[in-house]
Design a protein around this ligand. Structure first.
Ligand SMILES: Cc1cc2nc3c(=O)[nH]c(=O)nc-3n(C[C@H](O)[C@H](O)[C@H](O)COP(=O)(O)O)c2cc1C
Length: 185
């Protein structure tokens, strides 16, 4: 089974990103060895002042645990037409250049607005491309999340729920096949 780590991409308490992450973890549980991470647990206090060249042990430990996987799922909310600042900070404290290099990454966006975090997802994908990650082509954009997503049942729209499940069900297989091909290459 592929090891897939999910990151809830905000530190906002009670976030929809964490709810969507938990739902996604449950959906993938019989196809992958899934672990859930939240940026609520990123040791933000330890990086105040910009300690980039001298990463605190707390950050190294958070990174090591998160990076111990074959693939990643990022759940990203929309804040002011972009992704949360803490998510960029998290990326800026990952080991450079190796973190995410040629690793499969799937992305889900969620927002209160009608574009379902299309902008933050695509902005984040630009960074993933810079990091040489392999972006899974199916993306879910959860629109009007407070009215359309239920923590237990998923999405209200049957059509969108099918697409959501397709992304979650097929990503573990993508990770496994890619790993096989990369090892074999
Ligand atoms: C700081 C902030 C900025 C936001 N900006 C936008 C926005 O630009 N577009 C949008 O559709 N929703 C925006 N929202 C609403 C969020 O996308 C929506 O509430 C989302 O579920 C928040 O994600 P979270 O619960 O995972 O923190 C914003 C929310 C916050 C807290």
């Amino acid at each position: 089974m592929a090891k897939i780590n999910i990151l809830s991409g905000t530190d906002r308490p009670g976030s929809n990103a964490l709810k969507v992450s938990k739902y996604s973890a449950r959906m993938m549980a019989d196809r992958a060895d899934v672990k859930l991470f939240s940026l609520e647990d990123f040791p933000l206090i330890d990086v105040v002042g910009g300690v980039y060249g001298n990463k605190p042990d707390s950050v190294v430990s958070f990174n090591e645990k998160f990076l111990d996987a074959d693939g990643f799922l990022f759940v990203i909310p929309e804040y002011n037409g972009g992704f949360p600042g803490i998510l960029k900070l998290f990326v800026d404290y990952l080991p450079f250049p190796e973190a995410l290099n040629k690793v499969p990454v799937s992305v889900i966006g969620e927002a209160d607005g009608s574009f379902g975090a299309l902008r933050p997802v695509e902005q984040f994908e630009q960074i993933l491309m810079y990091k040489k990650a392999i972006i899974y082509p199916e993306r879910m954009f959860i629109q009007n999340v407070n009215n359309t997503f239920d923590e237990e049942k998923g999405l209200e729209s049957e059509k969108l729920q099918k697409l959501f499940e397709k992304q979650l069900n097929c990503f573990p297989d993508f990770v496994e096949r890619l790993e096989y091909n990369l090892v074999d290459a």
